[in-house]
Design a protein around this ligand. Structure first.
Ligand SMILES: Nc1nc2c(c(=O)[nH]1)N[C@H]1C(S)=C(S)[C@@H](COP(=O)(O)O)O[C@H]1N2
Ligand SMILES: [Mo]
Length: 320
């Protein structure tokens, strides 16, 4: 039998990042900063040592969100060069390099199952469903690193209400796009694809749960889940499924990728909880990318005031 390390343990703790070349600084020095709408396209044709340029474009009409933390966001370099996206490799630096040619247009998301009005939404339709909000959220990976990201999008409930879930809808299942020809690294991932995730209906309808289409004022970089992903800030990062093509409302609890891989280690709920250890490591502390000293991890990742009531009376150790 082949004994191989569990993929999610590859980086049980973070390694200090090397210093990345700062794209914006370089552009400023070159006198081509502030390129506005065309910025993404120009940037995508430039590459600097140690960093891959982003093929993103600016999103306009952004509104601030009351859900934002006042903590300082990480740099865009941190957030785009330290990723988990196993379809594009298991090393934290792989997604930035290996997702560059991922085709994210045309794109549509099929919303189906226990709903009165199933339909497919094109990306253009999604972008027009609601005002795009900038929401600065804490994001905590089960591997004990955390980041603060200015995501862009709106509450998933906005889309859900349009399809009118029936009374049988108790859970929501999500599925990532999968194409082994575009994602040749996936075969070394050690998990099954397409990547799937799920939430209880009340979790999915909670205003903090985001349908996310961008970050840092622009569309999502490929490595962060372009063109559209879910972000659930009070749960471990793996619940925040990237590049989704399907949302299904259903009666039964859906299978989820990491739970299938190891149910002891990755529960369906996966709420951030410093008092419930992963079987192989403590979850009490975390390291914020860019910081040296560890921080204490907060129950529900600090979103307890908003979400604790969803779990009243539940044994959080059992339903981890
Ligand atoms: N499709 C897909 N979604 C995914 C993953 C993945 O491997 N594939 N990794 C998850 C994990 S473990 C984390 S921590 C977050 C990381 O999101 P980020 O790279 O944008 O910070 O994405 C989650 N969503
Ligand atoms: Mo993660």
């Amino acid at each position: 039998m082949l004994i191989r390390p569990k993929p999610d343990l590859t980086y049980a703790d973070i390694t200090p990042r090397s210093v990345y070349f700062n794209r914006r600084e370089v552009l400023r020095a070159m006198g081509i900063a502030g390129v506005g709408l065309a910025g993404g396209k120009i940037l995508s044709s430039l590459a600097f040592p140690g960093q891959t340029a982003l093929a993103t474009s600016k999103l306009s009409g952004l509104v601030k969100s009351p859900f934002s933390t006042t903590e300082k966001p990480n740099s865009i370099e941190d957030v785009t060069h330290y990723n988990n996206y196993y379809e594009f490799g298991t090393d934290k630096s792989d997604p930035a390099k290996k997702s560059q040619n991922f085709r994210t247009s045309p794109w549509s998301v099929s919303v189906e199952g226990e709903v009165a009005k199933p339909r497919k939404f094109s990306m253009d339709e999604i972008l027009k469903l609601a005002p795009l909000e900038e929401r600065i959220y804490r994001h905590r990976c089960v591997e004990r690193w955390s980041i603060v990201v200015p995501w862009i999008g709106f509450s998933l409930s906005t889309l859900a209400k349009l399809v009118e879930p029936t009374s049988k809808a108790q859970y929501v299942a999500f599925q990532t796009f999968f194409d082994p020809t575009q994602m040749p690294e996936a075969k070394y991932g050690g998990i099954d694809f397409p990547y799937v995730e799920g939430l209880r209906l009340d979790e999915a309808m909670h205003p903090l749960t985001m349908l996310c289409v961008g970050m840092y004022g622009e569309t999502l970089p490929n490595q962060d889940g372009a063109p559209v992903r879910i972000v659930v800030p009070w749960k471990y990062g793996y619940k925040s499924i990237k590049s989704i093509v399907k949302i299904r409302f259903q009666q039964k609890e859906p299978p989820t990728t990491w739970n299938r891989y190891s149910s002891e280690e990755y529960g369906f709920y996966s709420n951030v909880n410093p008092a419930v250890d992963h079987p192989r490591w403590s979850q009490a502390t975390e390291r914020r990318l860019g910081e040296i000293f560890r921080r204490n991890t907060l129950l529900f990742n600090g979103y307890g005031d908003q979400v604790a009531s969803l779990y009243n009376g539940m044994d959080l150790k059992k339903y981890h």
